[in-house]
Design a protein around this ligand. Structure first.
Ligand code: ARG
Length: 568
């Protein structure tokens, strides 16, 4: 099933060819509904390219543009835009098609790829904090959308489970551990022994040396140290799993840093042999002398003391994903502070000849109401688990107020959907590179661009059918009389255009904003047009419109990882 946009784009390129003009410009949704539904800047672009009058060019294109089967007669506006308005009967028919379509008209990608998505990827021996939410939620949404478009997705949790911090953790474990505290709150106790060791190491060279020794022993495979390390990792994973369960996050593989341990010497050897790396002041280093922005930023892959680092591990990871997993694309959903790191890694991988499509999907920070990085009152990172539990508690209060008669079980389930949904949506509805302020009031509001608002729109649809005591009638084609009705139908047809767009620049906020506008149009329609009290065939058509709105909201939110309640 083809979208209006792709049908019109084809007609435009046919018209350009017939007019003896090269393909140019874009066919996009209109920026302002007063100008119609779609527009193209082809004449403007060609005018500039050829030094001709764009309005004359636009007329020339119009003379060849055969869109009568879809649109009202097109018009030229402004400096040379061509505006297109869909015919109401065409929208009515298309909406009927979407209604019958299992995928709501969303086409599968023409070339499907195997994509490894590296997201979440927390470091062990520390609890996950609020800042981790972005990578998790963004990565999960992109994975869902890529999968829905037909790609094969491998979700990988690249856990930071191997690093210099373990020298201190193991030293602390052997000297400071309180077993009872460990039982009560394992991660808190691990953090405590780590912090205290860190402090005494700063003061006492003997402690420092002892920590270094532990690290050497761990890396050499000492049984006792390996056992301690294993226990720390397992305890951390338990904490992570709790968060993943709350967020409904699933991984296909969890190949943490330690997984690549015995591949690291091979990476360095290979890079030295190929001449991509060289020895500099005792370390093994890759220089980027030919790239101005990286010219003074070499990448160390083996330290002077022989130790490997984050970059070495990532190079081994590239090899595993490209050669063992046979990935066509590798997406790293990691915050903006690592932009330089990934530039270096991707450059090195290219020099080695890896062909995969590497993408660093970066994002900004979450700020507290004071516009600084979000912290607890005592200045600590906010544990993600606490934050999510608080979200559910607050959602619970809202439901208690809105619908006190619901059963206990219903309240629990709905609170979880709304609370978690609100946190996810607050993140996904922002452009990923912008820093945003975390605000409970805003994200849990039933008004505005929030998850509860969209969930409420879905619930409204469901309640219409509950009230009617019937399911959606079979309708081939809608009857569109009222402008509000046509508007909703048009938006519903656009779902198919929006979903694939998200992956162009990894922007789930495009989908979020679309759903918000759909809910707004639906709201307007619902206020303006009686549904159950209208006469046939209008009644059935309006019910179908409600049904389709519900399905698009549900599917759209599902692609963002957000669940809908049946009532709230
Ligand atoms: N563990 C890292 C951190 O918390 C993120 C890892 C991202 N993935 C990667 N392949 N480097 O900063």
């Amino acid at each position: 099933m083809e979208t209006f946009q792709s049908l019109l784009a084809k007609k435009l390129s046919d018209a350009l060819a017939k007019a003896g003009l090269p393909n140019a410009g874009e066919l996009t949704p209109a920026t302002d509904p007063r100008f119609g539904d779609y527009q193209t800047n082809a004449a403007l672009i060609l005018g500039k390219q050829r030094g001709e009058n764009p309005r004359t060019l636009a007329e020339k294109i119009l003379a060849q543009l055969d869109v009568g089967d879809l649109c009202e007669p097109p018009t030229v506006a402004g400096a040379g835009f061509i505006n297109l308005t869909l015919r109401a009967d065409v929208i009515a028919r298309k909406a009927g098609e979407v209604l019958r379509n299992e995928r709501l008209g969303v086409p599968k990608a023409t070339s499907t790829r195997r994509i490894v998505i590296d997201f979440g990827s927390p470091n062990v021996a520390k609890p996950m904090h609020a800042g981790h939410i972005r990578s998790i939620v963004l990565g999960d949404a992109l994975a869902r959308i890529a999968q829905f478009l037909g790609h094969e997705v491998i979700r990988d949790n690249h856990v930071g489970d191997w690093g210099t911090q373990f020298g201190m953790v193991i030293y602390g474990w052997k000297n400071l551990l309180d077993r009872q505290a460990l039982q009560r709150d394992p991660l808190a106790e691990i953090v405590r022994i780590y912090k205290e060791t860190n402090e005494s190491a700063a003061k006492d060279p003997q402690v420092r040396e002892a920590c270094r020794q532990e690290l050497v022993k761990l890396q050499a495979g000492d049984r006792e140290d390996i056992d301690i390390w294993n226990e720390c990792v397992a305890l951390s994973m338990q904490d992570f799993d709790h968060v993943y369960k709350l967020l409904d996050i699933h991984y296909d593989i969890q190949c943490g840093e330690s997984f690549y341990n015995d591949r690291l010497p091979g990476v360095v050897e290979r890079l030295l042999k190929s001449g991509i790396a060289e020895i500099s002041e005792g370390a093994v280093v890759v220089f980027f002398r030919d790239i101005p922005e990286l010219a003074d930023k070499p990448c160390i892959i083996r330290k002077r003391d022989g130790g490997f680092n984050y970059a070495t591990t990532d190079l081994a990871t590239v090899d595993y994903r490209a050669n063992d997993l046979k990935a066509d694309a590798i997406w790293y959903v990691v915050g903006a502070p690592q932009i330089l790191h990934f530039k270096q890694i991707f450059k090195i991988a290219r020099r080695e000849g890896y062909k995969a499509d590497f993408r660093h999907i970066a994002f900004g920070s979450i700020l507290g109401e004071d516009r600084k990085l979000m912290k607890t009152r005592s200045g600590e990172n906010v544990p993600l688990r606490d934050l999510l539990e608080e979200a559910c508690r607050r959602a619970r209060r809202i439901i208690e107020e809105k619908n006190p008669d619901l059963s206990e079980a219903d309240k629990m389930e709905i609170a979880q959907k709304i609370g978690i949904g609100a946190v996810k949506y607050a993140d996904l509805s922002q452009y990923r590179m912008t820093d945003y302020v975390f605000s409970w009031e805003k994200m849990l509001s039933l008004q505005g661009n929030t998850a509860p608002y969209l969930q409420n729109a879905y619930v409204r649809v469901r309640s219409i059918f509950r009230k009617a005591g019937e399911s959606a009638p079979k309708v081939d084609e809608l009857v569109l009389g009222d402008a509000a009705e046509t508007n909703v139908a048009k938006r519903l047809c656009q779902f198919a255009e929006i979903v694939p767009q998200v992956l162009n620049d990894f922007r789930p906020n495009i989908l979020a904003n679309y759903l918000f506008e759909l809910a707004n149009s639906f709201h307007t329609f619902y206020e303006a047009c009686p549904v159950l009290k209208s006469e046939e065939p209008v009644r059935s058509s309006r019910l179908a419109l409600c049904e389709l709105t519900g399905r698009v909201l549900q599917r759209g939110l599902d692609l963002l990882g957000i669940k809908v309640p049946e009532k709230m």
